[in-house]
Design a protein around this ligand. Structure first.
Ligand SMILES: [Zn+2]
Ligand SMILES: [Zn+2]
Length: 302
């Protein structure tokens, strides 16, 4: 496994820096709010449900962060020293292509990324949220990150709905908490004499710090849940048919090797265990270089 040089990890683009920082800040922030603030109000401390959700939260959070970090750290770019000999390339003259920017002959399915300025093996796309390219070597981590993001945002969404319901004493409304707070407490701003208590009025209308943070995270939760569902729906054929995003758009299914092998090309030969943690070794059954579109069995076992 080749790792990216440390000085290349932090993206050069300002928007990507913001998105990577958002992932690194918001995921732990949302986890903290849910586990420390929301969960103790939903379930009794020490109950079976409380322990189950604590463990589930820990599992999802650790997999989200570690798959994100591995996706960023693992280098999917081409190592020029591993490129095939001219003789090998002559066997597939149409499949190899010259990259003038990297000054190399690049194998089939690789593409040059303008942002990373490298050629990437079995390149799928450049991800702005991780600030790196997603290709042959780091596809596993990227996909698990997205899948765990979907599961986590679904769990967080359900927990937040229940939390809002209980927090408001059964008066659940699809509105942000600060506004709900203003609406529910407005009758308490008059004292016994019927005079307006400005201090109480402000207290009821202006949301607390926690309510503001929760409202923002709850709103983001909707966006993330919807986005990951759309993303996985759109990219599902990549898992099933073993194609890259570029090949899917150009309807090139020449590298489809059947469901099992296609999945192994992403999740590795120990894919039944690879979901537990990105640190579980699951070697890829292909070197990402010697693809043969006509003879689909060639190249396996490397
Ligand atoms: Zn290149
Ligand atoms: Zn890139």
């Amino acid at each position: 496994m080749k790792l990216r040089p440390l000085n290349k990890i932090w993206p050069g683009d300002n928007m990507e820096r913001m998105l990577v920082s958002a992932c690194l800040g918001l995921i732990p922030g949302a986890y903290y709010i849910l586990i420390i603030k929301v969960l103790p109000e939903l379930l009794d401390y020490g109950s079976a449900g409380y322990i189950f959700l604590q463990l589930l939260g820990m599992f999802l959070f650790s997999n989200l962060m570690s798959n994100f970090i591995m996706c960023v750290l693992v280098d999917p770019s081409i190592d020029p020293s591993t490129m095939g000999s001219p003789l090998e390339r002559e066997k597939q003259p149409r499949e190899w292509h010259e990259c003038k920017k990297c000054d190399i002959w690049a194998p089939p399915r690789s593409h040059h990324c303008k942002i990373c300025d490298v050629c990437v093996l079995k390149r799928d796309h450049h991800c702005n949220f991780t600030g790196c390219c997603v290709g042959h070597a780091n596809y596993r981590y990227f996909f698990y990150f997205v899948i765990y993001m979907l599961i986590s945002s679904l769990v967080a969404f359900i927990a937040s709905l229940v939390f809002v319901y209980f927090l408001r004493g059964g008066s659940y409304k699809f509105v942000l908490l600060p506004f709900a707070n203003g609406l529910y407490d407005v009758r308490e701003v008059f004292n016994e004499k019927g005079e307006l208590n400005v201090k109480e009025l402000l207290k009821s209308v202006i949301p607390s710090q926690f309510e503001m943070v929760f409202a923002v995270l709850f709103g983001l939760n909707w966006v993330v849940l919807f986005s990951t569902i759309c993303f996985l729906y759109q990219r599902w054929p990549i898992l099933i048919s073993g194609v890259t995003w570029y090949e899917l758009r150009t309807k090139n299914f020449n590298y489809d090797r059947g469901l099992r092998l296609n999945l192994q090309m992403i999740f590795g030969s120990r894919m039944s265990l690879s979901w537990i943690s990105p640190f579980i070794s699951s070697p890829l059954p292909h070197d990402g270089i010697h693809w043969m579109s006509e003879d689909k069995d060639a190249g396996d076992g490397n």
